[in-house]
Design a binder for this molecule. Sequence first.
Ligand code: PLP
Length: 403
Amino acid sequence: MKKLPVLNNTIEELTFKSIKDIRKTIYFDNNATTKTDEDAINAMFRVLELDYSNPSGIHKEAYKARDLIEASRKDVADFIGCQSNEVIFSSGGTESINSAINAAIKLNKSKNIITCETEHSATKNKLEELKKEGYHIYYLPIDQDGHFNVDDFNYFFFNVFKKSVSLFTIMGANNETGTIHNVENLKYIFKVIKEYGGYNHLDAIQLAGKSDIKNYITIPELDFLSISGHKFHAPKGIGALFVRSGIDFAPLLFGGKQEDGRRAGTENVAGIIGLGEVCRKNTPFVPMTNDNRELFIKLLTAAIPDAIINGGGMVNTINVGFPYINREAMVVLMGEAGLMAGIGSACSTGIEPSFVLKAMGVDKKYIHGSVRFSFGKYNTKEEIEQSIEIIKSVYDKLKGITI
Ligand code: PLP
């Protein structure tokens, strides 16, 4: 394997700031994952090289590792807007979501769960598993913009499930389209669920770093909230679950007493430090403001007037429908030309159209040709301008030959 040149330096000299991205690519796939923040890499590198003791130990160095974790926990708590003891570190979004669902159904014995049809597979597939154990899952349908209707919730909650629901779980923002659910509607549902003894979980994995999640934490009826580091410039394999203080949390993993007995297993200290650093810095995820979003849409629709925008809400996410185009071919060829984009959820690769766009009723003409462009903090206005040329040339190449 090729050795990173910086590893030849002494510890004191080490800084990943010196490494420049030699691959000249435009990376517009930030909802899939992001490039790790340089300060986070530096902080993690120190931990891997120096502070590698097991935090459960009783010697001096072990205490140091434990102190580092607790300092990071405080940074993550401040970022989320909660107390340190309300943060449990996990291996990422999928584990946080699974843990929240598991805890809720242990705490409330109702076999009825309400969610939304456009949830990430981390939620959907866990709930589908629960169906095999006799759970009833109601998936709120969505409209063409990706929003659910509170009337559908009311009908199912009061008339079908007769107020007996163990869990309401929903994503704050959709990873494929960027649609953000209406906070007032969420507040209403959280309140109703809580009033009848159920639990509420918010998948804030696409919101974190892009929008202020404190707006959700301040809703007193919200019990659990999941975040994942790699979606906002922290490393992969680290996430956190907010558990409202006072909840008698039931762990998903059993073993050692780490995380106050709420998540067993030796801590990913470097990952925790990386996540803490990104939360502490809390730099804007998208220096590309609405102006740049508008610029991308303006240039794109001028270059390809037949293209449409599917959904929308998060400033960093633009899902574009290209008529009669095969999205896989489009993404692969753009990649060859130096522009990285996505087809939606990493778990929905294949020839099946996106279930999110299907649920939104996107026209057949566009559904197979819908591509997601998602920006991160390292993207620039120049990249937006350059990307349009690539998109246009690939589109022209594929026009008329696919689908
Ligand atoms: N939820 C949403 C909305 C996501 O976008 C993702 C990742 O794509 C996940 C959950 C799963 O997170 P992770 O990849 O950290 O397991």
